[in-house]
Design a protein around this ligand. Structure first.
Ligand code: V07
Length: 255
């Protein structure tokens, strides 16, 4: 069994928790579908891109909060493989956000010992996006605090088909027997192979779908939904999600 991040899986850290969160039952990996940016902007008669920009500010707040609380992995759905269908000006704007985000925030991420990673098909991203993200992953690769994992040009079905192709190639080469194919082998061929599975999925803006996000990895996760649009999401909503997660875990634990 390969070692998975975080290596500190069972380490209990002593950290004061203001809102009744129990440090020992924190979700270690939280995944978020940051939805509702366009609708938030529309309600204010603003262009969709204004919602994305506002949403980026929320990412910074939530990353700070997650790292303060002691969450180990935060996976954020920033851009899906389906998002290329949006108007060109919107896609162009979205592809500049990682550059903007890292220009203004990378020093703080480094200060906070955050490790930046991505999942998704990186090859087809515009060069300026790739460059900024590569630089951030390179500069933070030895950090052992929060793992900030951006799903960029990510699609779960594509990821799984890719895994199947890699395994099939190994079988064809005679490196593997079809008898060796099991859940662990499949998991080790996904983008997320080095990460533990998410414990909690949050989706904002009232939609209750997975939208091709981490279909395999979320098999045992708790789901938490809110009507709040992503640009209005804040630390208190995040804490509520974590508290509800802990309540559910305690209930199951009691039976
Ligand atoms: C994006 C802001 C959040 C709301 C949802 C869509 C818009 C941060 C990033 C990012 C990605 C990679 C990276 C650093 C930052 C980002 C996109 C969209 C495409 F290394 N926010 N954000 N990327 N939005």
């Amino acid at each position: 069994m390969p070692l998975k991040f975080p290596f500190t899986k069972n380490k209990k850290e002593i950290m004061p928790q203001p809102l009744g969160l129990e440090q020992s039952h924190l979700p270690q990996h939280v995944a978020i579908i940051m939805d509702g940016n366009g609708r938030w902007a529309k309600n204010r008669n603003m262009p969709r891109i204004a919602g994305h920009k506002e949403g980026m500010g929320v990412v910074k707040k939530i990353v700070r909060h997650a790292s303060d609380i002691g969450v180990k992995v935060l996976t954020l759905y920033a851009f899906s493989t389906e998002n290329w269908k949006r108007p060109k000006n919107e896609v162009d704007f979205l592809m500049k956000l990682p550059v903007d985000f890292l220009n203004t925030y990378l020093p703080e991420l480094i200060e906070r010992n955050v490790q930046v990673r991505t999942i998704g098909d990186f090859n087809v991203l515009p060069p300026h996006t790739k460059k900024a993200v590569q630089e951030a992953t390179e500069k933070t690769k030895h950090n052992d605090g929060l793992i900030l994992n951006f799903a960029l040009n990510y699609g779960s079905r594509y990821e799984m088909i890719n895994a199947v192709k890699q395994i099939a190639a190994q079988v064809e080469e005679g490196e593997l027997s079809s008898e060796d194919i099991n859940e662990e082998l499949f998991t080790s061929n996904l983008y997320t192979c080095e990460l533990i599975e998410p414990d909690l999925l949050i989706r904002t803006s009232g939609e209750q779908r997975l939208s091709n996000f981490l279909l395999w990895q979320l098999a045992y996760a708790e789901f938490w939904f809110t009507e709040v649009y992503w640009p209005d999401f804040d630390e208190s909503h995040f804490e509520k999600a974590l508290l509800d997660y802990q309540k559910r875990k305690r209930r199951y634990g009691g039976v």
